[in-house]
Ligand binder design. Structure first.
Ligand code: HGY
Ligand code: MN
Ligand code: MN
Length: 418
């Protein structure tokens, strides 16, 4: 495998700074919720940068954004590279943006050096990967993989009552220069560069993560219904305290699930109660559960355990409970050939690398269901992500983008003939 062209690290770092300014937070992170004004501004800047280099700009009805650089034979399915531009409310400046802007850097490097690839190479910026404003996450790549909006997905409403359909329409019209394109479509391969969002690479002193697959994720919405009553006059035996029931369930889950299994991940990230007055017993509590495991059947078992515990605890507290699944993503394994290409690319550059699984879900998970997909990780300081302090050293940014460039060129040549 020959070593490909050297990317322009300075240009990439400058692009990362420019995008970090869109939705920048005072603490140094970004707050760029999907399909909001800042997301639209980031998409517009990406489209402008792509058009300025002569790449054609497309978007599908889920607002997935594509920049296309033609190849020798443009009837071949494109090689797709990219990630996402939306962020968590207290997100970091690298989650998603790194992979998207590294993909832009690859296209620009090919253009600078007039490299003619066998087939087209396209950057893709997926819509709503984070899922924090509208559920589910990885929205754009799931719709791409599904070929249509799954039933009910367009009815999503955010916590301020904004409807997804309205926000999607505003986002699409905000890019009039983007040509429309249908959902889905064959592709030669998909590569995504992303920060690890965990501590393993940094702990191992590795610069590149060769990602073999992604664990499964399930999001549950637990609702507990009790009875609103006076905090001062209602004895224990007469209480139907939704908050007491929720707290018991959450405490039991924290004491049992992760301590019993090092591979399990359980997080209660969102909780709301009504009426929310100091001297009133809460009548209703809803909370989220983010459940993850590399082993699909284990997620099933844990969900059944959660449902049983919820029903039993609610009954003993004189309350009713319901559990709704708002996202269900099975584990995925990446393409062996693409994993090998990523590993060889890192080794050719003498970048210390290690194979690993991803604890976070990514758009690559859904692309892996359609064709050859793989991911490249770089470390982030302290393994911290979904946090405004998220940080990647410049040399790590550049190494990740260089491997993406080398692996993209290798994949276009190797997979197109496969
Ligand atoms: O939650 C996730 O795994 C992704 O970072 N959105
Ligand atoms: Mn991400
Ligand atoms: Mn994320």
């Amino acid at each position: 495998m020959t070593r490909g062209p050297v990317i322009d690290g300075r240009r990439l770092l400058a692009h990362l700074d420019a995008f970090a300014a869109i939705g920048a937070t005072p603490a140094g992170g970004v707050n760029r919720p999907a399909l909001g004004p800042h997301d639209r501004a980031a998409r517009a800047l990406l489209a402008e940068l792509g058009a300025a280099r002569g790449f054609s700009v497309f978007q599908d009805a889920a607002a997935n954004l594509f920049l296309r650089r033609a190849g020798a034979d443009n009837d071949r399915p494109p090689m797709l590279i990219g990630s996402h531009l939306d962020s968590q409310p207290t997100g970091g400046r690298f989650d998603g943006a790194l992979g998207t802007l590294a993909a832009l850097e690859v296209l620009e490097t090919l253009e600078d050096q007039k490299i003619v690839t066998a087939g087209p190479v396209e950057l893709v910026a997926w819509t709503n990967e984070e899922g924090s404003r509208f559920s589910p996450g990885a929205f754009g790549s799931q719709v791409y993989a599904h070929g249509a909006f799954p039933a009910g997905w367009q009815d999503a409403v955010d916590s301020n009552g904004a409807r997804l359909t309205d926000e999607l329409a505003a986002t699409l019209t905000a890019l009039p220069a983007a040509a429309e394109r249908p959902f889905g479509g064959r592709f030669t391969g998909y590569l995504e560069l992303h920060i690890e969002q965990g501590p393993l690479l940094e702990r191992d002193g590795a610069l590149i993560g060769v990602v073999e697959g992604i664990q499964g994720t399930r999001w549950l919405e637990v609702s507990i219904e009790g009875q609103v009553a006076h905090a001062g006059t209602t004895p224990l035996a007469d209480r139907h305290d939704a908050m007491a029931v929720a707290a018991t369930i959450i405490a039991r889950l924290q004491e049992t699930v992760m301590p019993a299994d090092a591979d399990a991940r359980l997080t209660v990230g969102r909780l709301s109660l009504t009426p929310g007055a100091v001297n009133v017993i809460p009548g209703e509590v809803t909370f989220s559960i983010d459940l993850r495991h590399p082993n699909g059947p284990e997620i099933e078992r844990l969900e059944a355990e959660i449902i049983g515990l919820t029903a039993e605890t609610a009954a003993s507290g004189g309350c009713h409970a319901s559990v709704r699944t708002s996202m269900d993503v099975a584990p995925a394994r990446f393409d062996r050939r693409l994993i090998g290409i990523v590993e060889d690319s890192a080794k050719q550059r003498a970048f210390p690398c290690r194979r690993m699984f991803s604890g976070a879900f990514h758009d690559a998970l859904f692309m892996a269901r359609l064709g050859p997909a793989a991911m490249i990780f770089v470390p982030c300081r302290g393994g911290l992500s979904h946090n405004e302090a998220e940080y990647v050293e410049p040399h790590q940014v550049i190494a990740g983008a260089q491997v993406l460039c080398d692996a993209t060129l290798e994949a276009v040549a190797a997979l197109a003939t496969a």
